[in-house]
Ligand binder design. Structure first.
Ligand code: A3P
Length: 328
């Protein structure tokens, strides 16, 4: 196994930014290579330093980590519904997930405006145990969140890379107009070539996965590693695992009362997709909420990638994961 994560002093990012390798072909952001990962410039200059400077972890914080397009929205809804079930019954027609997009129920750490939270950080980030999400690689999380002595727990959701690529490419094409970009000419071949070079937000994908995988082996009590495909196959048993890891195991009464199945149903793709807020709502970046809910199946890459394209990515990932014990 890799040694523990390195310390992450992110000072002087604005100064060093121009010296970092630049990638401008990945819509919608300009990316820079920093410590082995491609990140939007804004994340490096503004968000990571702000987290380092202002975020105060609590011992019972839960962090939901993922590479983009791996099932983040689903994991957010499951974790939120599970942690808050005493206050919001999943049987309730007025459940927050019926009125809000999951991304408005669980926020991304790197998208928090700490100015906004200065006065009442607890209200804005929710009450304990707080649940927050991140797309940051494990090695870029501040020491206070992910270091040896940290108390919080991390749940990682991992998805097969070809499905991640296709899901991301379609999402980018769909949402880029809202972001003021004309990306209709962004081809799948271009997206694949960049993805295979690791040149995508938080890429390389396999490196992102490996860091969390290895930490889940080193500290299984702190990092839970879930697979999107297994969650689709057995949602209830994976939900039980998630609840136990988050410290809120389902009781016998809850099990008997059908609570597990109710949460699975509430958070299912077909249910969330049918909510008015997810059919017609938008987020603060004017991205339509419906873009987060597409097919949600295993192997949709087969409808888009040629066998040659698939082989290229398969080979890369297989080589990268060799000896890790992880098979994607
Ligand atoms: P597809 O584009 O393959 O359909 P993320 O949430 O990380 O952005 O990932 C998006 C992917 O998760 C999309 O995959 C989306 O359809 C799928 N997804 C969203 N909500 C889901 C849910 N409740 N259950 C299963 N999959 C879901």
């Amino acid at each position: 196994l890799l040694p523990s994560r390195p310390a992450t002093p992110h000072s002087n990012m604005a100064e060093i930014l121009p010296s970092l390798p630049l990638e401008t072909r990945c819509p919608p952001f300009h990316l820079r290579l920093y410590k082995g990962f491609w990140q939007p410039e804004k994340v490096l200059v503004e968000n990571i330093p702000a987290i380092d400077a202002h975020f105060e972890p609590r011992p019972n914080d839960i962090f939901l980590a993922s590479f983009p397009k791996s099932g983040t929205t689903w994991l957010k809804s499951l974790a939120f519904a599970t942690l808050n079930r005493a206050v919001h019954s999943p049987f309730d027609f007025d459940h927050p997930l019926c009125r809000h997009n999951p991304h408005d129920c669980v926020r991304f750490l790197e998208a928090i405006s700490f100015n906004e939270t200065k006065d009442e950080p607890h209200d804005v980030l929710g009450s304990s145990p707080r649940v927050l999400a991140t797309h940051l690689p494990y090695s870029m999380l501040p020491e206070r969140i992910a270091g040896e002595g940290s108390m919080g727990r991390i749940v990682y959701i991992c998805r097969e890379p070809k499905d991640v690529l296709v899901s991301g490419w379609l999402f980018t094409k769909k949402t880029s107009a809202a972001l003021g970009l004309d990306e209709q000419s962004y081809t799948l071949q271009e997206a694949l070539d960049l993805f295979c070079e690791g040149r995508c937000v938080n890429g390389p994908h396999w490196q992102h996965v490996l860091e969390y995988w290895e930490e889940s082996l080193r500290r299984p009590d702190k990092v839970l590693f879930l697979m999107y495909e297994e969650m689709l196959r057995e949602p209830a048993s994976n939900l039980r695992k998630l609840a136990e890891f988050m410290g809120c195991k389902f009781s016998k009464e809850e099990e008997d009362g059908g609570l597990v199945d109710a949460i699975v149903e509430l958070c299912s793709l077909h249910k969330l997709k049918s909510m008015e807020v997810n059919r017609n709502g938008c987020n603060s970046l004017a991205v339509r909420n419906e873009a987060y809910f597409r097919k949600g199946v295993v192997g949709d890459w087969g409808n888009h990638l040629t066998p040659e394209m698939a082989q290229k990515l398969d080979k890369l990932v297989e080589d990268a994961l060799q000896g890790s014990g992880l098979d994607l």
